[in-house]
Design a protein around this ligand. Structure first.
Ligand code: GLU
Length: 313
């Protein structure tokens, strides 16, 4: 299969507010890559983290995309409708002894880490020390976690998976090639730990939902912001465990706020003005390295597509 055959790309916004110039970059880059490959471009509304979602933000995002001439090739999929599918994948992982129930509260995790004398932190997150890997020890199940250490389970199925796995998957050391960032590597077991698939509040984790839906929608190419690059090894591990295909990845540059961090509502990002699509597209294109002048949205998109295609050569 050539690179462009059967290309399916997507933009997967969380409806936590309207798009701003930072989030438009991911939308625009994923649209450009899909169209430059003659592929399909889908929009998926990632509304699993319901407490963070804002009513009506999905509609505003779709209107903003339309104003910029970015029209999905199929009706948007809503993750809030897909709970049964996520449950079936969690059940598969449980059957394979690759997911387990965890009864630990945050305090339990802090105490276990303090007791071990280790500093187990990554960004602001505690790295789960694996307390419930061998059972709940009388606690109630709160969340479900992915077993990142494939050596730790002794079920016959886990042993069979180990016997068939490539050497780097046994160590859960994930290497992958980003189309922009190049060769990447992460040991998920030691650097991230057993991550949550279903949260204590019953909500699905981003990691499981994104892997489930990318596969269900036949997504072949993922283009998204660089802040998400660090999640990719977890998603590759889940794809391996579930026997799902691995898409290709391109993590696009971020627009930074005044504090040097990724542009967000918190550091001053303004909602895109749908009445000024050329202005919005201009700043998204600049973040991708293109300085484009055009009189209409159609002309702008054509020029940008031409430039993106030339960069693919
Ligand atoms: N929903 C995620 C976000 O808005 C993006 C997920 C993805 O592209 O994989 O940050």
């Amino acid at each position: 299969m050539s690179d462009s055959e059967g290309y399916v790309g997507r933009f997967a916004p969380s409806p936590t507010g309207p798009l701003h110039s930072g989030s438009l970059v991911a939308a625009f880059a994923s649209w450009l890559d899909a169209k430059a490959h003659g592929g399909q471009w889908l929009v998926r509304i990632e509304d699993v983290d319901t407490p963070r979602c804002i009513a009506g933000a999905d509609k505003i995002i779709l209107q903003q995309l339309a104003a910029c001439g970015l029209h999905p090739d199929a009706p948007p999929v809503y993750q809030s409708q897909r709970s049964n599918h996520y449950q079936s994948l969690l059940d598969q992982l449980i059957t394979q002894s690759q997911a387990y129930a965890c009864g630990c509260s945050r305090l339990d995790i802090e105490c276990a880490i303090a007791g071990s004398g280790q500093k187990r932190r990554r960004h602001d997150e505690l790295i789960y020390p694996g307390t419930c890997r061998n059972g709940l020890n009388g606690k109630n199940a709160r969340s479900w976690r992915f077993l990142t250490d494939s050596q730790a389970s002794n079920s016959p199925l886990a042993q069979e998976i180990r016997a068939q796995a490539a050497p780097d998957s046994v160590a859960n050391n994930v290497t992958w090639t980003d189309r922009l960032l190049g060769q990447q590597q992460q040991n998920v077991c030691s650097e991230v730990g057993d991550f949550v698939l279903k949260r204590a509040d019953g909500l699905w984790s981003y990691q499981l939902a994104v892997v489930a839906d990318d596969a269900a929608q036949g997504v072949t190419h993922i283009v998204r912001g660089q802040d998400l690059a660090d999640n990719t090894p977890r998603q590759i591990l889940l794809q391996r465990a579930l026997g799902l295909p691995h898409p290709q990845y391109l993590h696009a540059p971020l627009v930074l706020g005044t504090n040097g961090e990724k542009l967000s509502k918190q550091n001053g990002a303004q909602a895109l003005d749908s009445g000024q699509p050329l202005l919005a597209l201009h700043s998204a294109a600049l973040a991708l390295g293109y300085h484009i002048r055009a009189d209409s949205v159609t002309e702008f998109l054509n020029v940008a597509l031409h430039a993106w295609r030339a960069d693919l050569q």
